[in-house]
Design a protein around this ligand. Structure first.
Ligand SMILES: Nc1ncnc2c1ncn2[C@@H]1O[C@H](COP(=O)(O)OP(=O)(O)O)[C@@H](O)[C@H]1O
Ligand SMILES: [Mg+2]
Length: 463
């Protein structure tokens, strides 16, 4: 299957890395064991020599005058594997066995009460210094206080034995570590790698076709972390799948609403024309109902228009141009439907030379939404106050009013489409559209202040 390409190649896989790591770690552990064991191997070897030498001296001490024949002396030294053996009695030095020409001693070692570190050091010195040293071993005798035995030996056979021992340990370690690594590899492969691979395969399959239920992961009954991951992944996939389905339904619904709004607006436009001509009828009854009819048709058209604009989920990308802000605000004033002397003061405090670098049409809509809300909130009395200033590389525009402030519902759902309206006939789209447009300009809109003395919205966009 093609998606298997996303699964790690064998030599980069978790199992291959684990195999190598286990090999390395077991070898490391074996090295740690090897260091003290080679030292004790040497100690045992030397103690063994002393033991043999002691036995030889005992047979000598049993003979008359402690003297033996030349052949027997040589035979004894050969059996012990020593150049000379000297027994120190409690108060005398007794030379027992020796070659005719005593050799020069290269190093001397005491066997009693050795702590591990010097033992290790001596062992490694023996290995690196090379063959050919003549060493003297001095050891106290068991059960005979104040007496000791000195044995002079060649180090070469010792070193050879040590190398043999090291090789044996090396091969043994290699076999042990390979065996352990294979066992660890197999068990980890079984316990972790296989289920992990199943998890990642399921993730990939889900990413490719989230709605395909047949690729869903069937979690095992494991109680460990992998079991938890499997179950959580399954829950996540199920939830995502249903969220996706819901979203598809919403999209379909949105399309339907948009179509309805579009056709409804056309139908309403016709009614608008009809009611326009109705207003020419002089009948007082008709004159009384026509304005209300007109207002409700206007509202209905407005609702359709807004819904349509919102339904176009991708608002056009702002086409930026430089324009003067002050005249734009004057246009907004005309559109919010302010008549002269109706109790609302319009203060356009924009500096006359201030230029904006933005989409003029979209900015018109932003300001219109904010100003219309302000005028609607003040119910015929108050002041709309529009200011702007440049702050560094950004421009701040404040739209303030002296109205009653945002109702709780509007504050809770601030900038949320369809849910923030607290006004009869409102759609709850004005603020959310304004926000969407400001954000598309790389700016931000915030509710700076709201309360019984008025409301200020602040728009901040880059220059
Ligand atoms: N300047 C304001 N003063 C008081 N209330 C406001 C102001 N601006 C908005 N609101 C409240 O926020 C709600 C949401 O506004 P908006 O998103 O424009 O939707 P709509 O105007 O369609 O209700 C309004 O219904 C209104 O109650
Ligand atoms: Mg509004």
């Amino acid at each position: 299957m093609a998606y298997l390409r996303n699964i790690a190649a064998p030599f980069r896989s978790l199992s291959a890395r684990l195999l190598v790591l286990t090999l390395v770690f077991v070898m490391l552990a074996e090295v740690l064991i090897f260091v003290p064991s080679i030292a004790f191997f040497r100690l045992n070897y030397l103690a063994n020599k002393v033991e043999l030498a002691h036995l030889a001296t005992l047979s000598l001490l049993a003979s008359p005058d402690n003297m033996v024949s030349e052949e027997l002396r040589e035979e004894l030294l050969f059996r012990v594997g020593a150049r000379s053996v000297v027994l120190h009695g409690a108060n005398s030095r007794l030379l027992i066995l020796s070659e005719n020409m005593p050799p020069a001693i290269d190093a001397e070692f005491y066997l009693a009460n050795q702590s591990p570190l010097p033992l290790i050091e001596h062992a490694f010195m023996s290995l690196v210094v090379g063959p050919g040293r003549i060493i003297r071993i001095i050891s106290p005798l068991e059960n005979e206080p104040n007496s000791s035995l000195e044995v002079v030996i060649d180090e070469a056979p010792l070193i050879e034995a040590m190398y043999d021992y090291a090789w044996n340990i090396f091969w043994l370690s290699l076999i042990i570590s390979t065996l352990t690594a294979i066992l660890v590899y197999l068990s980890l492969h079984w316990l972790m790698v296989r289920p992990m691979r199943r998890l990642s395969e399921s993730m990939i399959a889900f990413r490719r076709a989230p709605e395909n239920v047949s690729t869903a992961l069937i979690p095992s009954k494991r109680r460990d972390e992998i079991g938890v991951a499997e179950r959580e992944l399954e829950i996540m996939q199920t939830r995502l799948r249903s969220a996706l389905k819901q979203k598809q339904h919403l999209v379909a619904l949105g399309t339907a609403v948009t179509k309805i709004s579009h056709d409804l607006r056309n139908i309403l436009s016709t009614s608008q024309i009809v009611s326009d001509s109705l207003s020419e009828v002089k009948d007082p009854k008709v004159q009384k109902v026509v304005p209300r009819l007109m207002t409700s048709i206007d509202r209905a058209i407005d609702l359709c228009t807004q819904t349509l604009k919102y339904g176009r989920a991708d608002e056009q990308v702002p086409r930026k141009e430089r324009f003067l802000l002050e005249p734009l605000v004057n246009e907004v004033k005309t559109s919010v439907g302010l008549r002269e002397n109706n109790g609302i003061t319009w203060r356009n405090k924009i500096p006359s030379g201030l230029m904006l670098n933005a989409d003029r049409d979209q900015f018109y809509r932003i300001l219109l939404n904010l100003c219309r809300n302000a005028v609607q909130a003040m119910e015929g009395e108050g002041t709309v106050d529009i200011q702007a200033l440049r702050a560094g590389s950004r421009i701040l525009i404040r739209v303030g009013d002296t109205g009653p402030g945002l109702p709780a519902k509007a504050k809770q759902h601030l900038f949320e489409p369809f849910s923030g309206s607290a006004r009869a006939g409102g759609t709850g789209l004005g603020l959310s559209i304004a926000r969407e447009l400001v954000v598309a300009h790389g700016g931000e809109i915030t509710l700076e202040r709201t309360g019984s003395s008025g409301t200020i919205f602040c728009i901040e966009i880059p220059d």
